[in-house]
Design a protein. Structure first.
Length: 436
């Protein structure tokens, strides 16, 4: 298949309701996506579009990252791909053991889009040059759509669990055994919850984004599969030749009162265990980016910053590097994917141990999603706080980083905290034993 066509941008007059806009854009398209900065975003960009499923994903991998291609324009995406990479595909690339999984990487070759600048409220139509005038007229009509009614509450159900609480607690202790033996110093142990697929995946996404808005939300539909994400974690961003990663390690629930909420944030900020867990991943990401970064350019731009979201407080850091000239998506993936925040460290040893302990695939969960531009830009979020719908089943993954200082019961409680909102968007609740 040919490469996607570069897209030109033309400003739209007026503004539109994004949920209604995407419903109209998605109607009948072979594949569609919404990279969503969130319902209350005051900065950043949202990109809504459609296209064809990419049948040759190697074209994405061969894309050279950095500063090249089309001259700088008014929007951050000017053609390329939107999609996801699965955890097992990344593990195989690293020659790490990987469970058999039908969840493979998938990409959309973007054919047209609408881009929103949340800082200014400006909307832009994107299409190939010869189609831009017609698409601009169509997009202007889409902005006039009436906001959608609130999605109905789904039927209630109880999710199935891959592990019981006792099984997960036992796995945490086995992680601590591996750490004591010197085989790893951090292990990101995960599990999975399943429920019936909702009759309307888009309604489930609307419920998810309303309950847990996040700067890397997404609704992607590719080949009959739907990825619904309220991810707070940016995995990799490439802009102006600089690559950044912002790993999250450290979580606390939000408090019931302002005083309790502030105390929980302070507790997270001061936690020896959470700070150690976070800095271990920072060191791992510094090492990963050194394989594709210019010597001397690796930098920790921020360390141990608390970010607060509707359901949780998170401890976040950012590492950056100037990319070596000619670095491709494949080379960056080989250096940094799967993300250290979802494996542990040392990475290969951690992935080998976790493959044995978890005993089942992660699939798209623990992978990444976002866009890769023909111009060498990229913005990829982590697939966490997310739902994958495939056929008649919906999947929600959750996990946490295990260190020697971990308390097994607290780790299980953290898993429940992370899984409850995605499951609620599907109308499901955790099994009673996971509710604590």
């Amino acid at each position: 298949m040919p490469l996607p066509t570069p897209l030109l941008a033309r400003a739209l007059d007026g503004v539109g309701d994004l949920e209604s806009l995407f419903a109209r854009l998605d109607d009948g398209a072979p594949a569609a996506f919404w990279l969503d900065a969130g319902p209350v975003a005051g900065e950043g960009w949202s990109i809504l579009g459609s296209g064809r499923e990419e049948t040759d994903p190697s074209q994405v991998g061969r894309t050279v990252l950095g500063t090249h291609g089309a001259p700088a324009g008014p929007v951050p995406f000017r053609g390329g791909w939107v999609g996801w990479m699965s955890y097992e595909d990344g593990a195989r690339r690293m020659a790490a053991p990987a469970a058999d999984s039908a969840d493979r990487s998938a990409w959309i070759a973007v054919e047209r889009a609408i881009v929103v600048d949340h800082a200014t409220g400006r909307f832009w139509a994107l299409a190939p040059e010869e189609e831009l005038a017609a698409w601009h007229r169509t997009a202007c009509g889409m902005l006039e759509s009436v906001p959608l009614a609130a999605p109905a509450s789904p039927p209630a159900s109880v999710a199935g669990a891959r592990h019981t609480v006792d099984e997960y607690v036992a796995l945490v202790e086995r992680c601590r055994d591996a750490i004591r033996a010197g085989d790893a110093y951090l292990l990101c142990l995960t599990t999975r919850f399943t429920t019936d697929a909702p009759p309307d995946p888009y309604a489930a996404y609307r419920r998810l984004r309303a309950a847990t808005p996040a700067h890397h939300g997404a609704y992607l539909r590719v080949g009959g599969r739907h990825l619904l994400s309220a991810s707070p974690e940016q995995f990799l961003e490439v802009r102006d030749g600089v690559v950044r990663t912002s790993p999250i390690k450290g979580t606390r629930p939000r408090g019931a009162t302002p005083e309790q909420d502030a105390a929980l944030a302070d507790e997270l900020r001061a936690s020896e265990k959470e700070r150690a867990e976070n800095v271990m991943i920072v060191d791992l990401m510094r090492n990963d980016l050194s394989h594709v970064g210019e010597p001397g350019t690796i930098e920790v731009e921020r360390l141990w910053q608390v970010e607060s979201y509707p359901a949780v407080h998170q401890l976040v850091s950012t590492v950056s590097a100037t990319l070596r000239a000619g670095t491709t998506v494949d080379e960056l993936s080989e250096a940094a994917f799967p993300a250290g925040s979802m494996t542990g460290a040392p990475k290969l040893s951690a992935m080998t141990i976790l493959h044995e302990l978890e005993g089942a695939p992660r699939g798209v969960y623990s992978g990444c999603f976002g866009h890769v531009g023909l111009d060498g830009s990229a913005d990829l979020g982590m697939v966490i706080r997310s739902i994958l719908i495939d056929g008649s089943t919906a999947y929600v993954g959750a996990g946490g980083g295990i260190t020697w200082l971990s308390d097994a019961a607290e780790e299980a409680a953290e898993v429940a905290t992370k899984a409850v909102a995605p499951l609620a968007a599907l109308g499901a609740v955790l099994p009673e034993e996971w509710l604590g």
